[in-house]
Design a protein around this ligand. Structure first.
Ligand SMILES: Nc1ncnc2c1ncn2[C@@H]1O[C@H](COP(=O)(O)OS(=O)(=O)O)[C@@H](OP(=O)(O)O)[C@H]1O
Ligand SMILES: Nc1ncnc2c1ncn2[C@@H]1O[C@H](COP(=O)(O)OP(=O)(O)O)[C@@H](O)[C@H]1O
Length: 222
C-alpha cells in the first residue's frame, strides 16, 4: 500500500519530514495487508470520534495534572481514552532513551506512532510530554487526519514552573546536578498555532479541562 498519510495540510506532509530521511532502515520489502475492519468501523461502536490530544509544555507546567483530570472527566462521560505519559512510556517502551536532543526526538517519534495506533483503534489518546521541538510535534500531527490532532499548549512561565517545582528537578538543574534540563540548558520551542492555549497561571485545573471539553464538543468529537 502507498503512503497512508491522509493529512491534507501540506505544511505537515509526512513526505516533507526530515524524520523519514533520517531513518537508517529502509523497509522496501514490507507490504501492508489491508484490514477489513477500519478505524471508522471501530470508532462507530464507541459513540465518539478518535483523536490525539497532544499536551506540550515545560516541566511543571501542568501537563500531567491536566491530562489526568481530563481523562477522569471523559471517563465519567463514557469516552474511551488512553493516557500516554512518562509512567507508561519512559519506564517501558522508551526506557532506553535519555534527554539528549536526539533521544528526545526519538522519544516523541515512538510516542507519535503509538498514539496513531490508538487513534486507529478508535480511542481518544491524551499525551503528556514536554515534546520540546516543533518538527517532532508536526510529525505527530502528520500521522493522523488534520481534524484528529489537537495540540494543547500548556503555557506556564518558567518562573512559575520553577516556583512550583513539584519534583524538585529545577532545584537540581540550577545546581548543575541535572544536565540538559528543558528551559534551562535545553531548548523549548512553543507552538505557533496550537488548537488550544492554556495559561495555567491564570486558569484553574478545572477551567483548563473545561476548555478542552468545550473544544471536543464544538468539533463534534464527543
Ligand atoms: N533533563 C531533563 N529535562 C526535562 N525533563 C527531565 C529531565 N530529566 C528528567 N526529566 C523528567 O522527565 C520528564 C520529561 O520527559 P518527556 O518524555 O516528557 O521529555 S521529552 O518530551 O522527551 O523532552 C519530566 O517530566 P515532567 O516534569 O512531567 O514534564 C521530568 O520529570
Ligand atoms: N491550572 C493548572 N493546571 C495544571 N497544574 C496546575 C495548575 N495550577 C497549579 N497547578 C499545579 O502545578 C503543578 C504541575 O505539575 P505537573 O502536572 O506534574 O506538571 P508537568 O506534568 O507539566 O511536569 C501541580 O502541582 C499542579 O497542582
Amino acid at each position: 500500500m502507498k503512503n497512508q498519510n491522509n493529512n491534507k495540510n501540506p505544511k505537515y506532509n509526512i513526505q516533507n519530514s526530515k524524520l523519514l530521511n533520517k531513518s537508517k532502515i529502509q523497509n522496501f520489502n514490507i507490504v501492508y495487508h489491508p484490514h477489513k475492519i477500519t478505524k471508522s468501523d471501530r470508532s462507530k461502536i464507541k459513540g465518539h470520534k478518535p483523536c490525539i490530544i497532544w499536551l506540550t509544555g515545560l516541566s511543571g507546567s501542568g501537563k500531567s495534572t491536566i491530562a489526568n483530570a481530563l481523562e477522569e472527566k471523559l471517563n465519567r462521560m463514557h469516552v474511551h481514552t488512553y493516557l500516554l505519559d512518562g509512567d507508561n512510556i519512559r519506564h517501558g517502551l522508551n526506557k532506553d532513551l535519555g534527554f539528549s536532543i536526539e533521544d528526545r526526538k526519538e522519544n516523541i517519534r515512538r510516542i507519535s506512532e503509538v498514539a496513531k495506533l490508538f487513534v486507529d483503534a478508535g480511542l481518544i489518546v491524551i499525551t503528556a510530554f514536554i515534546s520540546p521541538f516543533r518538527e517532532e510535534r508536526n510529525y505527530a500531527r502528520s500521522l493522523v487526519r488534520s481534524d484528529e490532532f489537537i495540540e494543547v499548549f500548556v503555557d506556564t512561565p518558567i518562573e512559575v514552573c520553577e516556583q512550583r517545582d513539584p519534583k524538585g528537578l529545577y532545584k537540581k538543574a540550577r545546581k548543575g546536578e541535572i544536565k540538559e534540563f528543558t528551559g534551562i540548558d535545553s531548548p523549548y520551542e512553543p507552538p505557533l498555532s496550537p488548537e488550544i492555549h492554556l495559561k495555567t497561571d491564570k486558569l484553574s485545573v478545572n477551567e483548563c479541562v473545561e476548555k478542552i471539553v468545550i473544544f471536543l464538543k464544538a468539533k463534534k468529537i464527543i
